[in-house]
Design a protein around this ligand. Sequence first.
Ligand code: FE
Length: 256
Amino acid sequence: MAVELYNDGKHVCLAFYDLVHEEAEHAVQANQFLVVDGDHGALIDPGGNMTYNGLLMGMQRFFPIRNLDYILASHPDPDIIASLNKWMVTTSARVLISKLWTRFLPHFTSGRDYSARTIGIPDEGMLIPLGSCRIKALPAHFLHSEGNFQFYDPVSRILFSGDLGASLVDHGQASEPVQDFDRHLPLMEGFHRRYMVSNKICRLWAKMARSLDIEMIVPQHGARFVGKEMVGRFIDWVEQLECGVDLMTEKNYRAP
Ligand code: FE
């Protein structure tokens, strides 16, 4: 069942929390998103092959599949975009991903040349027109991928944050918003310390995030952060986080 994160009758944001679970309990829990504006739509981080059918069904309620404008990929991990071939075959959507990764995408498809439908997002980000709004592709490099973007929807004021903010929860436990930030921390800490690159990058991101009007931060794994207070607590936590290269020492580089 899709969760409506936002719906004003014309602009809709949907989150899918259980599509992986329905197919494969052993796979990491992952969320997929659909943003609709009028009769236009974009999928954000549509996932691997397991989530394709569920998303297709979810979408049909809002517009004909052929009207799908974009596949927006935060980075090129399998749980983000491994379903690309199916989407390229069944829709005429264009795929947007960091320009660092565009030439790697054909490894997810059959080898057919989709370069005319592939847009490389420049390092500085871009505005993506969708219906009457413009989705912002925000630079979030090294959080965790080298060329990495988050997607900010100025209508709903939702930040789709990719792996930043991810919590590793059991299937069926991701669809409720975070209630108690401190109790939620242990579900995020290990992942962020190992996957995110450094405190310098975290601070740069926090500064950018504070310049935006964010009502909700919705990561690609686990639960979302709803309301200004929760969003603020999350940004504060990221800003002070030591992770990645900050924590690596000689001990981590001993030949086994
Ligand atoms: Fe990832």
